[in-house]
Design a protein around this ligand. Structure first.
Ligand SMILES: C[S@@+](CC[C@H](N)C(=O)[O-])C[C@H]1O[C@@H](n2cnc3c(N)ncnc32)[C@H](O)[C@@H]1O
Length: 243
């Protein structure tokens, strides 16, 4: 289980049914040129993939709330595996299809319009479940519980989540996040929640502000004491194995 700071706003609830509404058109126009919908970068996706540890030669990956695919495409390219790319918003998946084809990855990227809390996917067939900046839509705990069944034995979940990084936020920050994401917690609380949900938390990593990675070799943040953790990924599912 990977947790990291990001700075998005409130839940994005888009559906393929209302694409033609004026509100949806404004949303699409505003997001048209965005390379991604959540904090992170191709570099941080690559880093998180390394932190996920060993994977089968051609891992089966599910990228939930994939948007236009800023994590989907690097995952497919780096692993040689197949990625089921899930999003509720068909126009994002259309862009992903185009980008995958241009990148020569069309054969290994399968866009799937589906709701993240009702995934039409079989149990136990994913070596890696991935989600950047989307678990908050259904709630962190619900995502941990609901997505665990997807994992093959020894499978790994990697996700990013908005978190408090200080015990004493400014009144303005507190007011903003209380209004927009009242369920937001600290890293330690999220790690504890993952452990309660049956995951072994290997590590966590705090996403850098902006797109830049910290210098190579910079140790990751250690969330709750214990042995040093180089980054974040957790394993769960039937036949869990420890980290
Ligand atoms: C903040 S964006 C992150 C997108 C992408 N992972 C990225 O890093 O750019 C959240 C994504 O979740 C999708 N989404 C929102 N509600 C959803 C739902 N109920 N089921 C599946 N996807 C959903 C949105 O369409 C959007 O693409």
């Amino acid at each position: 289980m990977h947790t990291s700071r990001w700075c998005g706003g409130g839940p994005v609830r888009a559906s393929s049914a209302d694409v033609s509404s004026p509100l949806e058109q404004v949303f699409l126009a505003a997001h048209d040129d965005l390379p991604r919908e959540a904090p992170g970068s191709e570099e941080t996706t690559a880093l998180l993939l390394r932190l996920a540890g060993d994977l089968p030669e051609r891992p089966r990956i599910v990228d939930i709330g994939c948007g236009t695919g800023p994590s989907t495409l690097p995952l497919a390219a780096a692993t040689g595996g197949e990625v089921v790319a899930v999003d509720l918003h068909e126009p994002f998946l259309q862009r992903l299809r185009t980008r995958a084809a241009v990148s020569g990855l069309g054969e290994r990227v399968r866009p799937l319009v589906a709701a993240m809390d009702d995934l039409p996917l079989p149990d136990g067939e994913a070596d890696l479940v991935w989600s950047e900046g989307a678990a908050y839509v259904m709630g962190f705990d619900a995502a941990l519980a609901g997505w665990r069944r997807l994992l093959a034995p020894g499978g790994t979940l990697v996700l990013t989540e908005a978190e408090w990084t200080t015990a004493t936020p400014s009144p303005g920050a507190r007011a903003f996040w209380d209004a927009n994401y009242p369920a937001m917690r600290t890293t330690a609380d999220n790690v504890a929640a993952a452990q309660r949900a049956g995951y072994t938390v290997q590590a966590v990593y705090l996403l850098p502000v902006g797109r830049l990675l910290p210098p190579a070799g910079l140790p990751a943040r250690h969330p709750a004491g214990g042995r040093p953790r180089p980054g974040g990924a957790g394993r769960g599912g039937p036949g869990d194995r420890g980290a």
